[in-house]
Structure formats: C-alpha cells, structure tokens
Write a protein of this length. Sequence first.
Length: 551
Amino acid sequence: MSAKTNLQAALAKHMAGDLRGAEALYRDMIRHYPRAPETRHAHGNLGAIHLVEGQLEQAEQSLRAALRLAPNDPGVLGNLGLALRGRGRLDEAVSCHRKALNGAPTSANALNNLGVSLTERGDAEEAIACFERLLGLTPGAPDALFNLGVAFERANRLEEAARRYREVLDEVPGHRGALNNLGNTLGELGAVDEALDCYGRALSLDPGNADAHWNRALTRLLLGDFANGWREFEWRWKAPAMQNQRRRFDRPAWDGGPLIGRTILLHAEQGLGDTLQFLRFVPLVREAGPTRVLLEVQPPLLSLLRASPAVDGVEVIPRAADFPGGSTLPPFDVHAPLMSLPLLLNRGLPAAPAVPMLRASEAATTIWTDRLAAVAPNARIRCGLVWAGRREHANDRRRSLPLAALAPLREVPGVQLVSLQVGPAAADLASWPEASFDASPLLTDFAATAAALASIDLVITVDTAVAHLAGSLGRPTWVLLPFAPDWRWMLGRTDSPWYPTVRLFRQSRVGDWSGPVSEVVRELQRLADGRGAPQSSVNACAIASCNGAST
C-alpha cells in the first residue's frame, strides 16, 4: 500500500468516527513512510485525534512533528494552539494562532481561536478586535457574538457584554451559556433580580445546569437569602470549575446526623479566606458530640489555627492534597467540606463572634510593635495596606486595584503605612520609595501575618484573605469593595455580620475606585487628627437578626 493509499484509508476511518482504526493507520504510515509528503497529514491528524480525546501532551508531540514537515500549515498551527491553551501555555497558544491567521487571514477558526486565547490571557481589547473582525466575516454568528460578550465582560465593558449576550439569545433563545453569562453580567451591573430571572430561564431549559444553580446560589447569598442559598450552594460540586477541588474519600459524607461516638473530618476548600470565614462553624460541630474532630487546612494556616481559640479541642492537620503523593489521614467515620457546614448544621448566618476567633502570638506581636516603632516613632496611626489578591482568582481584575489608586493615603500626615502585600503585586511598592514599610519579606505564613496585624491600628485591604484574617483577629479593618461584591459582603451595608470590626467601602460605579478611596482618605484623616476611632461601628440589630437560627 502506498503512502497516498494508506492516507486515504486512514482518512476514511477518521471521517467515519473509527478513531482507533484511523490512529493505527496513521501510525503505520509514519513508521513506513517517514519522509513521504503525505506523512505530515498523518502526524497532524494523529495530533487532532489526541486533541479531541484530551491527550494534550501527545497532541503537542504529533502536531510539532507535522510542523517540522510543513512549518506554516494553518490547520496544524491552530490545533497546536488549542493543545497549548489546554495546557495553560497561553503565550505560546497566542503565537500559534497568530501564525495560523497569517497563513489564512479569512479563517473563521483562526480568528476565533486567537480571540479566545487572547481573552484567557487577559488581552481583552485585542480579543474584542478579533471577534469583531470575525463577525464581519460571519455576521450574526451566535458563537462569535457569545465570545465577543465574554471578551467585553473581561474588559469590564459590562453593558456591551450584556448587549452581545442578548443578541445571542435573539438568535438562539435557549443558549445556556448566554443565559448564564447574561445573568452574571447583570449581577455585576447590580440588576440582581434580572440575573436571577436569567438563571431561572437557564434551569427551565436544563434543570441540571450546575453553573446556573451555583450562580443562583451566590446571588441568593448576596441578597441574604441564606436558607435557599446554602441549599443550592451544594451544586458547586457539579460545576466544571470545581471538579479539581472536590475531595473523594473512602468514607461517607456527613449528612448532618448524630455524631456522638464518631470521628469527623472537616476539610478546607477553595481559598484561604474561605477557610478563615467558615472557621466559626467548627465549634458548632464540636458541640454536636463527636469523639474526635479533625480539621484539615491549607499549610499556611496550620500554625495559626493550632493556636486558635475557635478550634480548642480540635485536631488541626495539614491538607493532604498539598503534599506530593498526599499524606496519610488519621482514621475517620464521616467527612464534610467547611463551606457545607451552614447547611448541615441548619444555620443561616451565625451571629458575629463575641470574641475574636483567632489570636496572634504575644511575643511575635511585641517584636512587630517594636520594629514599626523604630521605623516611625512619631506615627499617630499605623496602617496596613493590601491592594491586590491572587491574580489567578476569577474576579481578581475587579477586586484588586493598582497601588497608584491609593496614592492619596500618602498625603495624610501622622500615618505610618505598612505594606502587607505579598506575591507579585508587592513589587509595585518600588514606585513608593520610603513611603511605607515593606513587611512582605517577613510574612512567611498566616501566623506571622497575624502578628503584624496585631501590632498595627488599622488594616485597609481589598477583598482577599487578609480581610478575613484581620476580621477574625478582631482588628479594625476597612475593606475596599468593587461595585459587584463577592456574596459574603452582601449589598448596601457598610458593616459585616461576619466580622464586627470590619467596615466596608464600596464602589458606586463599576471599575471606579476614586469614590471609596476618597472616603477612606477622609476617614483616615479623621483618625490621624484624633477625631475618631479605627473600630468600625457595629449594627447590633442587623447582627442579632442573623443569630444562629435558620433564615
């Protein structure tokens, strides 16, 4: 059989859906005709099979072999870009899609794939240009409109995103992705009732749509509907974004039944801030009478939580998933994720704790107090700053702000600014020479950060784990929130029922930090002048209304 005949036979099986048969013939062709012109197609098509089956490393190998024989093949370049994107290598994916587009300037696939990779890389404006160009070639195409909506959303151009999603729904009324994304976008614009309507429409078409259930749960929690919110929040485990975080054990999940005589494993999920926030439910589990309570948490929290009054009588252990090969867990009878405890315990929103849930080391706090006093002995207010969360967080582009936006804080006399920022954003402090003390090299874990927080008068932070840590320590904390806040901060209020010493400063317009920053500067000036106290006022009635009982 010649190389050409072999290729024709392989293609026939490929087109008929016989992927195993096609794969065998492609491999046979590569083995027997390594230098034949047709062999590039064998490599490329074998790569396409691997790509469809999710075997991304093998796909990359085959596609690169095809490119060695035909370096500018647009189809192979496009598939290699898809494989690289699937492996998280977005810069390389973008490069491949650009080359594919150069070879086929009117290719709808090349334009679409480049736009998607640019969107995921964070180059939303360039992605918008790609999808608008694509719509010029395929006017009204629902997929192009949908992807354009996603790019507008990533660019924080929310009204335009909503318009594109509505255009998709005009063409395809049952488009589940557009209904779900329109709901999210309307929620970000503050139209929460319309958002709930979108999720309801999506679920009427597909009752098992986990993303729609989860987004509706988050909206209900945002509105304070905790009874329905906690119940629907369990759909998170069926959402694609949570599949890698779901823990699977050989022991059953706790169903809220009797615990007397049993050992329960409580395990952290999602972020560090989530663990700190839901720590308050652990004592309620302990009160249910289990013989032993195991609390599995992320390693950076380990030493802090082992000294926490909130987990007296609880065995705090490191999360096995954070160690290569895992680690051996002690025996247990049932397990529960921390964020399922409100539902399992039949709780709405518990009262804010009467005493701080966490405590910092007194010795470490003293060291921090002396350290900061030596740097600025005449400071009237020592103020910690955090301006950015993890870049990988799905909503980081809205919850974080550039350090330059906080520049007015530097003009308040008598204030010692202490940078508590860690991670890549800590490098931004280089633009503020001698304006603040950089604590980041000393913040090795959350116990160290807790000691730093205990030594200062006030924490100003965006919505990240430091807000939960400071609130759990009972430290005066001001949190800067985007226009559409995370559900836990709810809507319209300046206090938090989760943390009595937290005060909230909210954007009044999408993406505009000038308003809340100006308000923070005014309040900080009042403190520095001795006209106020850093503690947030506590709305006792609002907190009492959430006390323990199911809402």
